[in-house]
Design a protein around this ligand. Structure first.
Ligand code: MG
Length: 391
């Protein structure tokens, strides 16, 4: 079997004014997804998701066409490790992290989809089989809104059985947000665990180590499941110091890439859990290596998931086959692209996402109707606020 071509498929869903939401990174006005479809000379195709859809879809399309298609055409899609090494080595001078890692991720996922379809098995079987059939889910929402609306949102997840509720913070002054979390915990904390995402890669007001420590200390009695990205990903030393200085579990990883990027965070215990994402960190094969390295340190993974149904399913195959991947992120924001490419809808019940049975490959099938229904819109998906230096 030989790879004949690779296409990039872009899709969008533009929010109405009332559907758009705000968070520390700006205003999200549109959801995109960036998919790659690899076609082989047998007619078999594979789909993968590139986990950078907010800012660079057109650039990714160009990079895939100019650099990735020539590296892939003629390769046997069964040779996943060889292809990963080829892409990594031949792009090293201009890549290693960031957007090229997200493209490599999409390619790697699409290759697993092809191999699964060829062998007529689910991707999870290729990864060692299903360690579990269902996985505990937390509700990922909590964008900026009135406090009462946020409290009602949290209460709705209690009613539907989620063990945790993730909310976003990252304002210029974090202390009012800390007080709000304390009030939320007092109101509902005995019925659901709070996960707080400080998103320091996105906010205009990145925390210093001192701020991160102050925030964590003020939340130590709130039984947080975790504090996510309280520092910039380059501040590994800060993560190490912070993890030692607070009882709040610190996590990060959605803005880290490949096993080489994750290694110091894990081995130096900068975090309590790592958050690789098969659409960003280097693909399914790379996430298995990251999880394996974490397991050497008796550390769990809590994969980051915030894309379309293709990325969701790819992450789910990774999670169900990986003993130390212990929770699944269930994005609650409006995104029709999360369900539309799926053969069967995401099954959430009583606190768990269930792995569908009888899948072949990833278990996704993108019809031309769906592509036509969500044409790509060349507009900013996220509007960034003005940058105002703090000092
Ligand atoms: Mg996050």
């Amino acid at each position: 079997m030989k790879i004949e071509r690779i296409e990039t498929i872009l899709m969008s869903y533009r929010y109405s004014q009332s559907e758009a939401w705000k968070w520390s990174g700006g205003a999200t006005l549109q959801r995109n997804c960036v998919l790659v479809r690899i076609t082989t000379d047998t007619g078999l195709t594979g789909l993968g998701e590139v986990g950078e859809s907010a800012y660079l879809p057109r650039s990714i399309e160009k990079i895939v066409q100019e650099r990735f298609e020539p590296m892939l055409v003629g390769e046997d899609p069964m040779d996943i490790e060889k292809i990963w090494q080829k892409l990594y080595i031949q792009s090293c001078h201009y890549a290693r992290k960031g957007v090229v890692s997200t493209i490599m991720s999409g390619v790697d996922i699409a290759l697993y989809d092809i191999v699964g379809k060829y062998l007529k098995v689910p991707v999870s079987t290729l990864l060692g089989g299903q360690y579990r059939k269902k996985i505990r889910a937390y509700a990922s929402g909590g964008m900026y809104k009135d406090e009462e609306d946020l409290f009602s949102e949290a209460a709705s997840y209690v009613d539907s059985g989620y063990f945790g509720f993730k909310m976003r913070i990252g304002a210029q002054d974090p202390m009012p947000e800390v007080e709000m979390i304390r009030r939320l915990h007092a109101r509902i904390g005995n019925r659901i665990q709070l996960l707080v995402d400080a998103g320091q890669c996105y906010t205009n007001f990145p925390w210093s180590y001192t701020t991160a420590l102050k925030v964590c200390k003020a939340l130590e009695d709130c039984n947080l499941f975790w504090m996510e990205e309280p520092l910039h990903p380059d501040d590994v030393e800060g993560f190490v110091r912070l993890s030692r200085a607070t009882t709040v579990p610190i996590v990060a990883g959605e803005n880290e890439f490949t096993r080489y990027g994750f290694a110091p965070l894990i081995s130096r215990r900068g975090v309590s859990m790592v958050q690789p994402d098969v659409t960003r960190s280097g693909g399914i094969s790379e996430c298995k290596k990251i999880a394996s390295y974490a397991s050497v340190h008796h550390m769990d993974c809590a994969p980051h998931i915030f894309g379309s149904g293709v990325g969701f399913m790819a992450n789910l195959h990774f999670i169900v086959s990986t003993p130390n991947a212990i929770v699944v992120e269930h994005d609650q924001t409006l995104n029709p692209l999360r369900e539309s490419p799926l053969l069967c809808s995401i099954e959430y019940k009583d606190g768990y996402i269930h792995m569908p049975e009888g899948l072949v490959g990833l278990g996704v099938e993108l019809s031309e109707d769906v592509i036509r229904a969500y044409p790509y819109i060349d507009e900013d998906a996220v509007r960034k606020p003005d940058f105002i230096p703090l000092w």
